[in-house]
Design a protein around this ligand. Structure first.
Ligand SMILES: [Zn+2]
Length: 173
């Protein structure tokens, strides 16, 4: 596996929607392995394929073991921890509660943007071999799922910025 180059500071390149993964083969496993290596090399929370120029709906999340602080991704009773590949994730349910927090993105180094996200989401996805599974995500982990799914839809943190927290330009009021 290898570290790939991340597209940075290029909103146009990241604005193109991605296609669902249809073929679960060695090419997909290589891509997900590379995403994991690249994510680890950059110490991020998640990395989506379109961020390395591959317009397919798959990503890798780095899920922290401290679920009290960060929330969790649960599959039944099991808590997912570490580098987890996620293919074709779709949000099929979300709670009512949303929370605002500063969010970063490996494609926009050094930027932190306040974004309102659901604090609990249920996600249907595929494993790397195509097996469907369902994840219940909470807290910052739920935020990460919503962030990566946005990448598949061609949206970046700048498309999600909470307008109430947008810094005013001088003379704008
Ligand atoms: Zn991102």
């Amino acid at each position: 596996m290898s570290v790939r180059e991340i597209i940075t500071n290029d909103r146009a390149a990241l604005s193109v929607p991605s296609l669902s993964v249809a073929i679960f083969d060695a090419t997909l496993r290589k891509l997900l392995g590379d995403l994991a290596d690249t994510l680890e090399a950059h110490d991020g929370f998640g990395l989506a394929a379109p961020q390395v120029g591959v317009r397919e709906r798959c990503c890798v999340l780095a899920l922290p073991p401290d679920t009290k602080q960060w929330g969790a991704a649960r599959v039944g009773e099991q808590v997912l921890v570490g580098l987890v590949p996620i293919v074709n994730p779709v949000i099929v349910w979300h709670g009512r509660v949303r929370a605002v927090a500063d969010e970063g993105c490996l494609s926009f180094p050094g930027q932190r943007i306040p974004i309102r996200r659901y604090v609990a989401v249920r996600v249907q996805a595929n494993m790397t071999d195509g097996t469907p599974f369902e994840i219940l995500a909470s807290g910052e982990v739920a935020r990460a799922f919503q962030h990566e799914i946005d990448h598949f839809d061609g949206k970046t943190i700048f498309d999600r910025q909470d307008p109430r927290f947008r810094p005013r330009l001088r003379g704008e009021d």
